[in-house]
Ligand binder design. Structure first.
Ligand code: NDP
Length: 450
């Protein structure tokens, strides 16, 4: 089948799933040269099989809010591919969650997990439940109802969910408690657990830290480093907070952060003290980022959802790290980044750049890393949490951090080697897609037609 024929069949099978089709298209184009060299993969329809979930579970979640009113949500778990290990991938609680969003995330997760070198298959799940504005009690009630069904489909050797947008330490705690009660067993069925009840040190920091370690590797290729670089960061959640923290540690200057209402531009740059304020604001008080601008007297800009671009990406800087959500950088934003002299775009979020945006970055020689490579530190450290749970012991902060540094360097080098072998030197996107695909494809080939 040609590239167009595969795309056409995927479009037919998955109508009304724009996010999934976007993620599929980006990968299919990169993979064609691999299929040309390996006709057996085409005969076995490996790529098409990877694009079809092994199992898609959809369920009703009913719970009582603080007023005693009945609330209704939809829950999902998409078990996408288990060729190289148990299903692994986060849970997202956000009103925008649909099967299309979760299928794109689960599909990307297959490649990301393969790149980590840890045996983990790909999955994703979540709900259209919005934790924003809910009391702790309501979040707990929802998590218990959600786990009431999810518990039938997961266990520590089959499928190990983690956090994602809207699912942080608080939610993982409630979900873990519910699972333990239902199954009457204490196992490492979720990652991102608290320290003291099965969690791993550095797991909270891992995605953001890993992103900046990856960027350091990219910069070192050009004999540069993040020190003294001005960095744009979007988002103000888990990934953004620890990306900013590592930028500070390495002597760079992070000047922006955002939430779904707006962004702050702090020209002087974040310090650890300012970041601690942001962490408290977002993680404990669950407030809006505007409060940061009010406290530190810096620029605040409301997000204009009708605008054809986001002015955050029109600020002069050296590096850009989108860490909020999918499709944050479109073609126009990418052009603005180029115009303003940005030299590196490292994705902390999953698929934050549109295909047109990626094409602009690559055509202009920007070092660009796809989320499936540069944000893989989170799931890699989840893998380390699973290993510690199986061993029944805990590694120190330094041990886990050193492993994370090594894993990000290995992913970086693996992407570069695959890109070079397939005639696209320096193209991290092509390298990540090919290296991830090859690992899973070989396993599927060995395991027969199932
Ligand atoms: P959080 O929920 O902790 O933070 C998400 C941030 O993005 C918040 O600032 C949120 O703003 C903002 N945001 C969410 N949706 C939108 C939207 N539609 N428009 C504008 N802003 C939005 O999530 P994480 O930091 O965990 O995840 C961020 C990204 O990183 C996601 O793409 C996720 O898939 C990816 N990722 C996360 C990993 C992890 O370990 N957590 C691992 C790998 C990837 P607000 O507060 O207003 O909602």
């Amino acid at each position: 089948m040609s590239h167009n024929e595969i795309l056409e069949s995927i479009r037919k099978r998955n109508p009304n799933e724009p996010e999934f089709l976007q993620a599929a298209e980006e990968v299919i184009l990169s993979i064609m040269p691999v299929l040309d060299r390996n006709p057996a993969f085409t005969k076995l329809r490996i790529l098409e099989r990877m694009l079809e979930p092994e199992r898609l579970i959809s369920f009703r979640v009913t719970w009582l809010d603080d007023k005693g009113d009945v609330q209704l949500n939809r829950g999902y778990r998409i078990q996408m591919n288990s060729a190289i290990g148990p299903y692994k991938g986060g849970l997202r609680f956000h009103p925008s969650v649909t099967p299309s969003v979760l299928k794109f995330l689960a599909f990307e997760q297959i490649f990301k997990n393969a790149l980590t070198g840890i045996p983990m298959g790909g999955a994703k799940g979540g709900s259209d439940f919005d934790p924003k504005g809910k009391s702790d009690n309501e979040v707990m009630k929802f998590c218990q109802a959600f786990m009431g069904e999810l518990a039938r489909h997961i266990n520590h050797r089959l499928d190990v969910p983690a956090g994602d947008i809207g699912v942080g330490g608080r939610e993982i705690g409630f979900l873990f408690g519910a699972y333990k009660k239902i199954k009457n067993e204490f196992t490492g069925v979720l990652t991102g657990k608290g320290i003291g009840w099965g969690g791993s040190l550095i797991r909270t920091e891992a995605t953001g830290y890993g992103l900046i370690y990856f960027a350091e590797n990219m910069l070192q290729e050009k004999k540069e480093s993040i020190k003294d670089k001005t960095c744009l960061v979007s988002g103000s959640g888990n990934v953004a907070q620890y990306a900013i923290e590592k930028i500070i540690h390495l002597g760079g200057k992070a000047v922006t952060s955002s939430d779904s209402n707006g962004y702050v531009y702090d020209e002087a740059g974040f310090t650890q003290e300012k970041l601690d304020f942001l962490k408290d604001l977002k993680n404990n008080r669950r407030g809006r980022i505007k409060e940061y601008a009010d406290k530190y007297k810096c620029v605040y800009v409301d997000i204009d959802s009708k605008a054809d671009h986001n002015s955050l990406w029109n600020i002069k800087a050296d590096c850009a790290f989108p860490c909020a959500t999918q499709n944050e950088i479109n073609e126009k934003d990418a052009n603005n980044l180029v115009k303003n002299g940005v030299k590196l775009v490292g994705e902390g979020a999953n698929m934050p750049t549109s295909i047109d945006g990626i094409n602009v970055l690559l055509a202009n020689g920007i070092s660009y890393s796809p989320g499936k490579a540069s944000n893989a530190g989170g799931v890699a450290t989840s893998g380390l949490e699973m290993t510690q749970n199986f061993m029944g012991s805990n590694w120190t902060r330094e041990e886990v951090d050193a492993k994370l540094v090594g894993i990000m360097k290995n992913i970086h080098d693996t992407c570069l080697a695959a890109a070079k072998e397939y005639g696209k030197p320096g193209n991290y996107m092509v390298g990540a897609n090919i290296a991830g695909f090859l690992k899973v494809a070989k396993a599927m080939q060995a395991q027969g037609v199932i």
